[in-house]
Design a protein around this ligand. Sequence first.
Ligand code: 5GP
Length: 212
Amino acid sequence: MNRKGILVVISGFSGVGKGTLVRRLMERYKEQYALSVSATTREPREGEQDGREYFFRKKEEFEKLIANDELLEYASYCGNYYGTPKAYVEDQMAQGRDVILEIELQGALKIKEKRPDTFLVYVMPPDARTLVDRLTNRGTETPEKVHERLTRALEEADEVAKYEFVVINDDLDRSAEELHQLIEVQHNKIDRNLEFISQVQRELKAYLKGEQ
Ligand code: 5GP
């Protein structure tokens, strides 16, 4: 792979199914993408494993990661810290992989400020009812937590315009393919190809010189 990796941020309301969507994308295009595993202070849900869904850390451990500048960004969400370990992201991008961060809005905007070439995508449900049903039926949250997360969704909606693209999660395969295509298009942006264009220009110059 000789193209450079892109940092892709996927956000969306809690319960919208962004985790499932990202997993589908990764399954389909294993070679192209790397999924960043975040650190968090929230308790693991049933079935979640340390190092797979998250690095589950105590508050003091998390604060050490912040102090040592090991996080690309971090944010507080519904009472817990969440943050992106820096080393993995940089390593994977250097290897030419597009790195997917599944993070919430505050973190996404912080990253965009630091690295303006980050690609921000927001996943939306087809309608509000679908979101409420998914979050309730998931059964991982108490009714109070569901309420808290829906309230947060309402707040986030005000800021979604700061993202660049939206993907509606209605049909998993269709949505995953659409997401993939959007990322592919980012690779074709002129800004990301200036080096390549200069290289062809240099080659052409060398050719014309040799012709004389
Ligand atoms: P959950 O508790 O449902 O796994 O995640 C809650 C929210 O935190 C989700 O919106 C998720 O995308 C976000 N999140 C997960 N990891 C990170 C991270 O490293 N940084 C930030 N800013 N948000 C994250």
